[in-house]
Design a protein. Structure first.
Length: 220
């Protein structure tokens, strides 16, 4: 996720669901303490998501085990010809950090959307989410039950760009009925224009083809 200075955007939240490392300030907000060093991704400096342990022989004498987020490592290896992110040797060897993954997945966190709301003065929203749960449950919460989950209007493809929530979705459809009908009528009008243009082009082509044939016939 992005840093606290930039706030947690909806796009950043979606990226974490796809495997990006977790925003440190969000994860530790309920704990009021620093994260253990082995929780930190050595590449992006955030809390590791799907932690992997570096097992290169070059690190055998290191005083601490080295962990990185799986997606961060895959991206780094792809961009740097498979060189290890620590000391740039090749090849980089690693394995799943099963113990660390379990510890991080069991950390208690607040809803990241609520965290974004609380830490971003630009976000004005009366709704709130009271979710406090484990990281391993956050994906299901965000996708299924979070009251702050933004929803697109059913008429978005016709031009309604309002961002809605579960609590006001039905009300929006009722109150904006005329607006949605106007958008539909406008869309149908555009389709009719396109159809008429297409038909005109077809007729013009047929007339052109017929005239050419007629000219050829008369010349013979």
């Amino acid at each position: 996720m992005s840093s606290l200075k930039k706030g947690l955007s909806e796009e950043a939240i979606k990226r974490s669901l796809l495997g990006e490392c977790y925003n440190t300030e969000w994860v530790l907000f309920l704990h009021k303490q620093d994260a253990p060093e082995d929780f930190e991704c050595l590449i992006c400096k955030q809390i590791t998501n799907n932690a992997v342990k570096l097992t290169c022989k070059e690190h055998e004498d290191a005083s601490e085990e080295m962990f990185v987020g799986e997606k961060c490592l895959n991206r780094y290896l792809e961009e740097n010809d498979s060189q290890c992110p620590i000391d740039d040797h090749n090849p980089c060897r690693y394995k799943k950090g099963i113990t660390i993954r379990k510890k991080i997945n069991n950390l208690t966190v607040m809803c990241p959307r609520q965290f974004a709301k609380d830490t971003n003065a630009d976000l004005e929203m009366k709704l709130c989410c009271k979710f406090n749960g484990k990281i391993k449950d956050i994906k299901e919460h965000l996708e299924e039950s979070c009251p702050l989950r933004p929803l697109e209007c059913r008429f978005k493809k016709f031009g309604c760009d309002e961002i809605l929530f579960q609590s006001n979705f039905g009300q929006h459809l009722q109150l904006q009925l005329k607006k949605h009908l106007d958008l539909l009528i406008s869309h149908i009008g555009e389709l009719q224009k396109e159809l008429e243009h297409h038909q005109t082009c077809q007729v013009s082509f047929v007339v052109f083809f017929f005239n050419k044939k007629n000219e050829k016939f008369q010349s013979n």
